[in-house]
Design a binder for this molecule. Structure first.
Ligand SMILES: [Zn+2]
Length: 70
């Protein structure tokens, strides 16, 4: 059920922690401690801001791959 600003039912992680984890996942790295996959998924399910951020990060990474920047 979406629409609860500020979250709170996702393990208490902050958006900044989630975005760090999303970035790590996109890079194929291990998730940071404190943000296990289930928490990450739950937060993304309830936080549009982080979903948007993930989409942008994904696009940026795809673009970087095309340009061979890493
Ligand atoms: Zn968030």
């Amino acid at each position: 059920m979406p629409g609860r600003p500020g979250a709170g039912d996702d393990g208490g992680v902050e958006c900044s922690d989630v975005r760090t984890a999303v970035s790590a996942r996109l890079d194929g790295e291990e998730l940071p401690p404190g943000v296990p996959g289930a928490v990450l998924v739950a937060h993304l399910a309830g936080c549009g801001g982080c979903r948007d951020w993930q989409e942008r990060a994904r696009r940026l990474k795809a673009l970087a791959a095309v340009l061979d920047l890493g």
